[in-house]
Design a protein around this ligand. Structure first.
Ligand SMILES: [Mn+2]
Length: 432
């Protein structure tokens, strides 16, 4: 399904008068701080965030799943949904696949279909945290029940390496250039496993996978302190993640998922440290109240999101660059919302936090810090956070032919209704 661009323009036109007034006032305000609104609009346009294939369907908790209608059942339909999101918000131009669910039957056809929507393939995600019933991630038929790369059995470690190499092969055919490895490995009880042995097994396995990657590919590893293992995880925090990355190779980088931290962790400081070591892969955006809740980006802690972007903007506008482009992705799960609506809200929150961080006068902030002006530094940061940059985000979208208000347009155009007409109310979405 592709949206009718004339209809989208019609919907936008209703909001234009007031928008222009708001944009002019904001531009003048920013100008007084020495910030050019045009530069921010350009930067917002260029920030493209990948959509993961698993976020297009209703998510679940262990207490059940309540699917809505018209959800994508095939890889082709998932690509179509990302195409719609791109038309509505202009902020996503790639899809991240998760094997075993998104194995392409014919990679060339799938690539062509994605290109017809202006999409490419982002990082490929492997899965060794469960046994696929079809055996698609267990080429030797062995179980990951007691871990994958950390496993005490060599054959299981070899199997998990082989699965990751298979995922790289799918990715090569689709034009991807990175592999994301998230490990569930760890232990549930003291005495179950040896911390050091598990870590060394994972390290050695990652080195084997790294050797199989093309030379222009990157490997991303993602830490998580708990779940599904609750006593220990092998890659439990950013320090362990950095050790693994450094022990694996130059093109192994650390991914930060906003839900993968212990309560009250200063995530923006973690970001700063990883950047300092030139190992930041990018982000998995979501939000949380308690743990890995995978809620809509910016729905609970928008200030934290802004502070993270403050660190990122400092890096992106600085001259001490890493070799890689940062990889941005939403990694959320929608249990009670229409997944497409949730994603549109998430893209919006990311653009707003980025726009606010871009409106910080950096030289003035540095001056306050150098002079130990504590209250002054806080004022500068909070003034930017309290600046309503929505006119800039809307302008960035409309210049790309996208919607003034993506969520409102999605509803007015009756997108979900049309998808239900096409796909039915009962569809089996695949993926995690
Ligand atoms: Mn993640």
């Amino acid at each position: 399904m592709k949206l009718n661009l004339d209809q989208l323009k019609d919907i936008n036109s209703k909001s234009l008068d007031l928008h222009q007034v708001e944009l002019d006032i904001l531009s003048q305000k920013l100008d007084k701080k020495g910030i050019n609104a045009e530069d921010i609009i350009k930067d917002i346009t260029e920030l493209q965030v990948a959509t993961p294939s698993w976020a297009l369907g209703t998510g679940a908790t262990r207490f059940g799943r309540f699917p809505g209608g018209g959800e994508p059942a095939t890889l082709e339909e998932k690509i179509g949904d990302v195409g719609i999101l791109k038309q509505l918000c202009g902020q996503t131009s790639s899809i991240s696949l998760h094997i075993p669910w998104d194995v392409p039957d014919n990679a060339e056809d799938v690539k062509d279909l994605a290109a017809s929507y202006g999409l490419r393939f982002d990082s490929m995600n492997s899965n060794t945290f469960m046994d696929d019933p079809r055996g698609l991630n267990t080429p030797k038929g062995l179980s990951y029940k007691y871990g994958s790369m950390c496993n005490s059995e060599e054959a299981i470690r070899e199997q998990s390496i082989q699965h990751n190499i298979d995922v790289i092969e799918y990715g090569k055919r689709l034009g991807s250039d990175s592999l994301t490895v998230w490990l569930a490995d760890g232990s549930n009880y003291p005495g179950q496993a040896n911390f050091r042995r598990q870590f060394e097994n994972v390290q050695n396995s990652l080195r084997e996978i790294y050797k199989a990657m093309p030379e222009d590919w990157y490997m991303f590893t993602e830490h998580k302190p708990y779940e599904p293992n609750f006593y220990s995880t092998v890659n439990n925090d950013w320090g362990s993640n950095l050790l693994l990355a450094k022990g694996t190779g130059e093109r192994c980088l650390c991914l930060v998922d906003l839900g993968h931290h212990l309560p009250n962790t200063n995530i923006e400081q973690v970001v700063s440290r990883v950047i300092m070591e030139k190992r930041l892969a990018g982000f998995h955006f979501n939000d949380s109240k308690y743990s890995d809740d995978d809620l809509t980006v910016g729905s609970l802690k928008p200030y934290q999101l802004f502070l993270i972007f403050n660190e990122l903007v400092e890096y992106m506008k600085g001259d001490d660059k890493q070799a890689n482009e940062l990889a941005w992705m939403i990694d959320a799960s929608h249990n009670t919302k229409d997944p497409m609506e949730d994603l549109l809200q998430s893209f919006d929150a990311i653009a707003l936090a980025y726009g606010q961080a871009l409106s910080i006068p950096r030289a003035t902030l540095t001056e306050a810090q150098m002079n130990n002006d504590v209250a002054g530094g806080q004022e500068i940061i909070q003034d930017a956070y309290r600046t309503d940059v929505r006119p800039l985000v809307r302008e960035a979208r409309m210049r790309q032919g996208a919607a003034f208000s993506p969520l409102q347009a999605y509803r007015e155009l009756g997108v979900r209704k049309e998808l239900i007409n096409q796909r039915g109310t009962r569809v089996a979405v695949t993926g995690l």
